[in-house]
Write a protein that binds this ligand. Structure first.
Ligand SMILES: C[S@@+](CC[C@H](N)C(=O)[O-])C[C@H]1O[C@@H](n2cnc3c(N)ncnc32)[C@H](O)[C@@H]1O
Length: 281
């Protein structure tokens, strides 16, 4: 069944970016194109849309086809983006994975589907997979990874069980070992934190975010606005600190904007979302 990705905090992001007719915007995480579409629905706007996942770009391309040359796509990690002479009136980074990625069994992002342990957002790069990390790392490195990126209390126990059970090549094999290593938890599946940690490590998500935070203010016109949507504290912490610390920026959200109850009801994935905005001085 086709899964629809609900763009998170859509109205709040569009309002926060103060989109204006004729403006040029950078969507660094186009995904299925929900936020970009809302920007392009405003007359005369243009969008440069990035994603490191070729599949996401194809889907966004189909969805945004009707906007013609008002939208341009580029497959890249946002940390490697080079705008050349271009400047933007606003930029959005809606971090993490899309529901399409989570719900595509063959991508290996979820313990819900049995699949090879891959988890690369960009499958065109010959970089390490989750299976490489699981099967080649030391117990200490695995434990540190689960603790650092998953805030997993039982990280050492899980790491020891994994070492004893290796090789582990599928999501179900890993989920079973993790579930057997720790007490049952409600309401999240016992392997949720380990899967999050692996995904963050495989895609070097925090390093990429830090690079984006350092470079993106330069890509904006004076008065241009940055919008960051994060889904957990490992993402929100650097966003909050860097926006405050950067002398090129004025923070527009003293407290993050969070979803309404109605949005969370309609889209439970929005539950932990936080939107922070800053203006280029
Ligand atoms: C939460 S989804 C974005 C959803 C999108 N705003 C929408 O409305 O459909 C995140 C997307 O960002 C992409 N992504 C994550 N990290 C990235 C990075 N460092 N560089 C480029 N794309 C990235 C993922 O591949 C995914 O498609």
């Amino acid at each position: 069944m086709e899964t629809l990705h609900h763009p998170v905090l859509l109205q709040e992001t569009i309002a926060g970016l103060q989109i204006r007719s004729g403006g040029v915007y950078l969507d660094t995480t186009v995904g299925l194109g929900g936020h970009s579409q809302a920007i392009l629905d405003i007359e005369g706007t243009r969008v440069v849309a990035l994603d490191q996942d070729a599949g996401a770009l194809r889907r966004a391309g189909d969805r945004l086809h009707r906007f013609g040359d008002r939208v341009r796509f580029e497959q890249t990690n946002f940390a490697d983006f080079e705008p050349g002479e271009s400047k933007f009136d606003g930029m959005i980074a809606d971090l993490g994975v899309s529901s399409l990625q989570l719900d595509s069994p063959e991508r290996g992002f979820s313990w819900r589907h049995d699949a090879p342990l891959d988890m690369r957002m960009d499958v065109d790069q010959d970089t390490q997979t989750a299976a490489d990390l699981i099967n080649l790392s030391s117990a200490e490195d695995l434990a540190n990874l689960f603790w650092m990126y998953g805030e997993e209390r039982f990280s050492r126990r899980i790491a020891r069980r994994i070492i004893a059970a290796r090789p582990l090549n599928t999501t179900m094999q890993l989920a079973r070992v993790v579930a057997g290593a720790i007490p049952k938890r409600q309401p999240i599946h016992p392997a949720t934190r380990v899967f999050q940690a692996l995904r963050i490590a495989v895609n070097q998500e925090i390093t990429s975010l830090e690079t984006l935070l350092a470079h993106s203010p330069e890509w904006l016109y004076t008065g241009g606005i940055l919008a960051f949507i994060s889904f957990h504290s490992l993402e929100d912490r650097p966003v909050k600190h860097q926006l405050r610390a950067d002398p090129r920026l004025e923070v527009l959200t003293r407290k993050p904007i969070i979803p309404t109850e109605a949005e969370i009801q309609a889209n439970p994935r929005a539950r932990s979302a936080k939107l922070r905005l800053a203006r280029r001085l």
